[in-house]
Design a protein around this ligand. Structure first.
Ligand code: F6P
Length: 747
């Protein structure tokens, strides 16, 4: 509509101008030129004929003279010729001479310009010229020209002028339309870029530079769309029953069955050689706990480091093994690392560098350039594995954790159409703390290869965005929480991780009373003893020492608990090749022994340290047997132990004491929230937990169970997959030329 108007209006204006301005002007000019030409012509003819005419008259041959004049009128334009010898006699003339020309009033036709006659024949031009003839010195020659050719010529000229002007007008209109169209497209493209978040964020050619007047509109639009999306998300979220079917629904519906590839360092199933047999282990890892049920629901491929001693024996020729072994649901693709690579990438850079850097737990990070080299190489190795496992050009790649900060960018370079969702399971420190990393820039750039970068809490999202802002020449949009680097946009989002809900019936199979009795019996503890439980990897970030100090302080402040309360700490050995971890384990063991020496009563030690790996089922039995669970991390992204304890308590009993420095504390305020560095406060919380009435325990537990039930791990994954689907849909739409529907996914 707009285009046709833009074309038609200038055209109509041009035609009106031609009709009312140009055509009359052309008419006038043509007539003036014609009259002037005929004047000149008449002059020429008069000069030419006077002499022969005079000769004929002198010879007395009037008849011949008239014949001569008639011959002259054979000329196409000369209509009539006459000679006036005297004013009172009729002219000698050709028969065509108009009657109104009389020799007596020739003055009427003389003068600077000739006069016109409108005869039946059409317009005629009359020119009177002196013709001094012998015997009639005042004789005059009258030359009458036919002017109909002028009208024809004028008509022709008008037609040409009309065509020329119409063509010109059409051309001008067309150019106007093309220019307008181009600038409209540019504007639309700019707006689209803005809506993608790029326009305002992209560095070199952003819309803000091209069309600053559109910036406020674009911002408003962007905000509006974000609000709508958030609204839609919240509504969708709460309407869905989050379970494996819901995830499958998203994958097959929203994502049209696109392939899902998970990348993590730790594998979900480890095959270990034990003599002649091969044993299967499930590692103590929150990440594995969260992702395993999702992979069961979604199928796909999980790429991880094959770290078990029997891992190579159990894979096929493509280094894959179908898991879980009892009911295969997805493929585990193992990547092999040399001892040097593992030492540099995993023990070195990831766990001696990034781990303490991000946790700020008073252990100095160590950055060795040799570790960094291995970290880069191993990230590349895994990126290659992603490409090998991708069935399409645009898979959904779920990158897990700080082991793979460089991988998103590497995958982006190899598979530009992939949707890469990176989840950082540990905290992200403030910019000052992060700045001490010598490879800060590379790590940030690597992560910004992601389409979506997720953290557990908003606080960590903000820390990340602040760090980017401080370190890189990137565009940061704090409202939308997006970062644009080199025109590539990364959305930074909060996805609080969770656990499977409802919990696997198998791990809750043993009745509570049985768990209580059996575990007390197996550990040589009195039946009526109150039990506290802590379950962690033996990691200095978990605050195990602080927990023990709190138990000690409880016994100092409330000695009546000695012999009546025992705290069981399950601590799975971890990263034991790292010196800091070795020292930590020694310190923990010494501390437990020291406290036990001082506070053992009636053969009951206050602390029972179990520094060994426990399978999930055993862990849940401890949770169900305990009266309280103490999570005292000094800094933790989320801490799933807190949620697992809540999930284990289907009797709605038991008290959770939770460090305020965990992500979980933001979601579970009904726990007793403590500062693990404050031993007195922790001791008071322990006392409160041990004396809390059953009704209060139930009220608190009910609320916490409600939250974990609502926000389970399926919702965590589903939320990310829905965002990925939304992003993919939007990108497809924005890449599609106007007026065409988006093409189906390429495969
Ligand atoms: O918390 C970060 C994390 O990767 C967790 O996801 C997991 O529980 C733990 O570290 C496992 O550590 P590792 O694989 O080094 O034993």
């Amino acid at each position: 509509m707009r285009i046709s108007l833009r074309f038609v209006i200038p055209l109509i204006l041009a035609l009106l101008a031609v009709a009312y301005g140009v055509v009359p002007l052309v008419d006038k000019l043509t007539l003036r030129w014609a009259v002037r030409d005929l004047d000149i012509r008449a002059e020429l003819i008069a000069n030419t004929v006077v002499e022969p005419l005079d000769d004929l008259l002198k010879a007395g041959s009037n008849r011949k003279a008239i014949a001569f004049l008639t011959r002259l009128t054979q000329d196409e334009r000369l209509y009539a010729v006459g000679v006036c010898l005297a004013p009172d006699s009729p002219p000698w003339a050709t028969p065509t001479l108009p009657e109104e020309i009389r020799c007596g009033d020739l003055g009427r036709w003389t003068g600077a310009s000739a006069h016109l006659i409108d005869s039946a024949k059409g317009p005629l031009h009359v020119a009177v010229r002196e013709a001094p003839l012998s015997g009639a010195p005042l004789a005059a020659l009258v030359l009458v020209h036919d002017m109909s050719f002028v009208a024809r010529r004028s008509e022709e000229t008008q037609r040409y002028v009309f065509y020329v002007f119409t063509t010109l007008a059409a051309l001008v209109s067309l150019i106007t339309v093309v220019i307008a169209q181009l600038s409209w497209r540019g504007w639309v493209a700019g707006m689209r870029a803005l809506l993608r978040g790029e326009g305002l964020l992209r560095q070199p050619a952003n819309l803000a530079q091209q069309a600053p007047e559109f910036r406020p509109i674009a911002r408003d639009l962007q905000r509006l769309i974000q609000e709508m999306e958030t609204d839609l998300r919240t509504r969708d979220d709460s309407q869905v029953t989050w379970n494996p079917e819901a995830l499958r629904g998203i994958l097959h519906g929203e994502l049209r069955g696109d392939d899902v590839i998970v990348v993590s360092n730790r594998e979900p199933y480890i095959h270990q050689r034990q003599g002649n047999a091969v044993a299967l282990h499930r590692p103590a890892s929150g990440l594995v706990t969260a992702l395993e049920p999702i992979m069961r629901a979604c199928s796909g491929v999980w790429i991880a480091h094959g770290s078990g001693s029997a891992d190579r024996e159990t894979v096929d020729r493509h280094d894959r093994v179908a898991v879980p072994p009892e009911a295969p649901a997805y493929q585990l693709r193992r990547v092999w690392l040399s001892p040097e690579e593992e030492a540099g990438y995993y023990y070195g850079f990831a766990n001696e560098g990034l781990w303490p850097l991000c946790h700020i737990a008073h252990v100095r990070p160590i950055f060795r350039s040799s570790d960094w080299q291995h970290y880069v190489e191993v990230n590349r190795l895994f990126a290659q594995a992603v490409v090998e496992e991708a069935r399409t050009r645009a898979p959904i790649v779920l990158v897990q954790d700080y082991h793979f900060a460089l991988l998103p960018r590497m995958v982006r370079e190899l598979l530009p159409e992939a949707t890469i969702i990176t989840f950082w399971h540990i905290p992200w420190p403030n910019p000052e703390s992060f700045a001490i990393c010598p490879f800060a820039e590379e790590i940030l750039k690597g992560l910004l290869g992601s389409s979506i970068l997720g953290f557990h809490t908003q606080f960590h999202c903000n820390n990340f965005v602040d760090t980017v802002d401080r370190t890189l020449e990137a565009r940061v949009d704090r409202e939308a929480l997006t970062v644009s680097l080199g025109g590539k946009l990364t959305a930074v989002r909060r996805y609080p991780i969770s656990i499977e809900w409802p919990p696997n019936a198998e791990i809750l199979a043993r009745p509570l009373a049985e768990c209580r009795a059996a575990l007390r019996r197996e550990n040589g503890l009195p039946e009526d003893l109150l039990l506290g439980i802590g379950v962690d990897r033996m990691d200095y970030t978990k605050g195990i020492a602080e927990r023990f100090r709190a138990v000690e302080r409880l016994l100092e402040l409330h000695p009546e608990w000695a012999g009546r309360f025992c705290f069981i700490q399950i601590a799975a050995p971890t990263r034991s090749r790292i010196e800091e971890y070795q020292h930590h384990q020694q310190r923990i063991e010494a501390l437990a022994a020291e406290i036990n020496t001082r506070h053992t009563r009636n053969g009951v030690a206050p602390i029972l340290l179990k520094a060994s790996h426990h399978e999930p089922r055993q862990v849940y039995e401890y949770f169900r047997a305990a009266d309280l669970c103490f999570v005292s991390s000094l800094h933790d992204g989320m801490n799933l132990v807190a949620k697992e304890f809540v999930a284990a308590r289907d009797d709605e009993r038991g008290v959770l004491i939770l460090s305020r420095f965990t992500g979980a504390a933001r979601e579970l305020p009904e726990a007793l929230i403590v500062n693990p560095y404050d031993a007195d406060q922790c001791a008071a919380a322990l006392h409160l937990a041990l004396t809390m009435p059953a009704s209060e325990q139930r009220d608190r537990m009910r609320l916490m169970r409600g939250l974990v039930a609502d926000f389970n791990v399926y919702r965590w994954a589903g939320r990310m997959l829905l965002d990925a689907a939304l992003m993919r849909r939007r990108n497809r739409l924005l890449e599609t030329p106007v007026g065409q529907s988006p093409s189906p996914p390429k495969s």
